[in-house]
Ligand binder design. Sequence first.
Ligand code: SF4
Ligand code: NI
Ligand code: CU1
Length: 709
Amino acid sequence: MSALTDLIFAGSNAVAGLTESAVNAAIEKYGADKKIAFPDTAYFFPTIYAATGVKVATLGDLPACVGVLKSLITNKPELGDALNAGLATAVGAEIIEGLKYVEGSDPYATESGIGFVPDPVIRSLGVPLVTGDIPGVAVVLGKADDPADVAKVVKDYQSKGVMSFLIGDVIEQCAEAGVKLGLEFRVVPLGHDVTAVIHVVTVAVRAALIFGSHTPGDQPGLLNYTKERVPAFVNTFGPLNEVVVSAGAGAIALGFPVVVDQDIGDLQVPGALEAVTDHDETVKRSLELRGIKIKVTELPIPVAFASAFEGEIIRKKDMKVEFYSGKNVTCELVKMRDADAVEDHRITIDGPDIDSGAGEYPLATYIEVAGAKMQPDFESVIERKIHAWFNYMEGVMHTGQRNQFRIRISHDAYDKGLRLHHFGEVLYNMIMNEFDAVVDKCQVTLVTDPEKAKQVLDELAMPTYNARDDRLASMTDESVDTFFTCTLCQSFAPAHCCVVTPERLGLCGAVSWLDAKATYQLNPTGPSQPIAKVGCTDERTGRYDTVNQAVNSATHGAVENVTLYSIMEDPMTSCGCFECICGIEPLSNGVIICNREYSGMTPTGMTFGELASMTGGGVQTPGFMGHGRHFIASKKFASAEGGTERIVWMPKELKDDVAERLNRTAKELYGIDNYTDMIADETITTDPEELLNWLTEKGHPVLGLEPLM
Ligand code: SF4
Ligand code: NI
Ligand code: CU1
């Protein structure tokens, strides 16, 4: 044991020394009052903040942190002391990396890594993490003796959906071996210095603050959260030095096992620090150590199939074939049929296949399913998954849905032999895999013949889309007798539960009432449970005894009362992965809405990140509430406070995105035409005084509403 602790202490002491001199040098150069911050976060220096509650804002705040860091290094040979020294290394790395941002410009602009990961990115990872779409997080660090080894390991993670963060020369080693890098491919280069490892540590730490409503300063609580709820682990490549080992000790303290590829003899600590010198075993052992189970779908197709390829973009020059609604007839349709009308696993290509020589084709994707428990309401739930499944194929890009889509197939995928019947196989296998509780039989027809595709569109698809839209429009909270819970996010936000109604989808934007209903049908003991719509005690705010009971029991007593339609009185809680947040703007007496993608300022004086930090982890903060994009145009949006009429400001992109539906709602509810013309955005102002003047000029209806507070 002592050889290991010696190494750890040597590393921690080295980092402490570096940190101290870097802080002193920075103060000498810029002065103690110089402001310092990581970009786009509400959590200061996240590790220091979460562990101690200290909010680092200027260089002058840092010497005290260096003092704390040094006090963590006791040089006593106990393992617990050594792990604390590892945490000291993490704090030192955070300070050293933070100092890189002192000039205000992006120090990583010319690096192959991205450095600090902004809060909104972490929030956007919420849903894929809870659904198991991203089953784990690998930290891959160092320089492999043979670049092929690390490339193979990272590709293997990628094919399993596991997110990899790369630190050191492994970045170039992977890039040169053709691994696709980037957040969209789930292989994220952080930086070359070992200290860049802090950028993944702060992701885990901020997950505790964002989703776990962790109290800053509660160090045991923090370590418990990262250990229990962040499925991360570390793989190092190449020879170890004491700094890497002490950083590894920090990872172990956070609950992340470390697998090294060197023979380290009796330095091993089973379950925490293990040597795996055979690279063919690295992935398997790492996943085992963290208890990560991978659902494998073996598909009979010639290209890789993984969620990590969902974000892949295929540019025109890389494209072999295109199906595009702007040029040809297209549609995608799932229809429920009688059992005897469906021949299981029948895949038909009606028309030319993509090797006929043409560069573009029409495409009608027509899927017929039958099952004793199938319901027409589930057709659209299955149909919407086509987008993800096609995207999962490496070398295939899919955007849009229904009769408006674009599919591109790359030269590379084509050359590997990808043809249309493989698309049929993907659909068949994925439907039988994910919807087996309701689908007993499934057949797929892919129509590329122009006449016949048109026939599918006109005679089957359009009438179905129209009927579904009519049903959705008529589906109000009043028209149903059941709402649903969703507790998927409890795996990292244990005190949160969404209540999903026809007019209010889950705050992540990914779970509609129909989705929740299907989830319940597919898995009756799963994350969505029915709530009988009885016991209404207040119509205005949407208060139900049954909703309170359901939320109370789902959150194990953490949340006692929620309303469905108020942002001021017991608003619905948030996990942290909301698409948008609304917050009151006191001067205009209205509410602003900000989406995750907008990084600028809002008239509340807070950015999205700062607004978002007001709520989350199941905490209720009257006046602030996370919600989905789609909820903005709902007649139930803040209806207790006057509804849509309260909205005074939104980022332009969001406003444009919701304009059509929001204007329709405002017209219907208040008789206002082109309502979004009265809503300000960042191109108009982000200043509250100017906003009020502008709203007055426009005659915005909020000015006639009752005070919010
Ligand atoms: Fe998480 Fe709510 Fe979305 Fe369910 S509906 S996945 S609990 S945010
Ligand atoms: Ni580089
Ligand atoms: Cu969530």
